[in-house]
Write a protein that binds this ligand. Structure first.
Ligand SMILES: Nc1nc2c(c(=O)[nH]1)N(C=O)[C@@H](CNc1ccc(C(=O)N[C@@H](CCC(=O)O)C(=O)O)cc1)CN2
Ligand SMILES: Nc1ncnc2c1ncn2[C@@H]1O[C@H](COP(=O)(O)OP(=O)(O)OP(=O)(O)O)[C@@H](O)[C@H]1O
Length: 205
């Protein structure tokens, strides 16, 4: 079993590297245009039309851009929660109060994140969310999502399930990141929806 689990983790690392290389090759203009289209698509989701609290994240680098989406949600009066990465790779949460209230953070040579600088609400704050917008590198036809490998969102999804909370998990990706099949480990939890600049994909439960 350990051998199989190790093979899956190695498989994930290789897929992650390839996916990150494709993102790295995007031009700044492609990234900017994709962010506008992504916000449009996401704002059309029925799940977001009724949501009062949305857990989201601030995109960095060549990730599918969330800036326009965060501001549009906030303008709608939605309470937007943003993650704060903790030392154990779990997530604390703070309320989005506009781009000026974000602080740039960097931990141990990892990628720079932009996180809310204000009050920390605790790990359980995500249980208030009606929708959870997740970062990712890819999703497959079963809704299996691959992240950066910290396991932060695996823990968030496990926490939601343990509490009996059932917000729609929605991953934001580029079109080519919706793939046929990804390596899967027992802790991986499927997402319900993937939004890309080109459209919306729904996965059977
Ligand atoms: N914009 C954004 N915010 C986010 C996430 C994300 O994926 N994107 N997260 C999603 O969980 C959490 C932060 N998790 C992170 C996980 C890994 C790395 C990172 O730098 N990884 C290295 C490679 C692995 C390593 O060195 O440990 C890298 O990407 O270069 C950064 C943040 C919460 N906030
Ligand atoms: N519920 C959990 N509690 C504690 N650790 C967990 C949990 N789920 C996963 N992990 C750990 O997180 C690590 C990374 O998992 P994985 O490679 O699936 O990350 P990922 O889904 O790509 O990342 P992320 O969720 O941050 O986007 C693994 O070592 C795993 O053991």
């Amino acid at each position: 079993m350990d051998h199989v689990a190790g093979a899956t983790a190695d498989g994930k690392r290789a897929v992650r590297r390839d996916l990150l290389a494709v993102r790295a090759a995007l031009s700044d203009e492609e990234v900017a245009q994709a962010a506008v289209a992504l916000a449009d698509r996401a704002l059309g989701l029925p799940e977001l039309a009724t949501a009062r609290t949305v857990a989201a994240y601030v995109s960095v680098g060549h990730e599918p851009g969330t800036g326009a989406l965060l501001d549009a949600l906030r303008e709608r009066g939605v309470r937007v929660l943003l993650p704060v990465l903790l030392a154990d790779d779990d997530l604390d949460w703070g309320v989005y109060e506009g781009p000026g209230a974000l602080v740039e953070t960097e931990r141990g040579g990892r990628m720079r994140l932009r996180e809310p600088g204000g009050e920390r609400l605790g790990r359980e704050a995500v249980l208030d969310a009606d929708v959870v917008l997740l970062p990712g590198l890819a999703v497959d036809a079963h809704g299996v999502r691959m992240g950066r490998g910290g396991g932060s969102y695996d823990r968030v999804l496990a926490r939601l399930a343990a509490a009996g909370a059932d917000p729609a998990p929605v991953v934001l990706l580029y079109g080519h990141e919706v793939v046929g099949r990804l390596p899967v480990e027992p802790h991986d939890r499927p997402v319900r929806v993937a939004v890309t600049p080109e459209g919306v994909h729904r996965f059977p439960r």
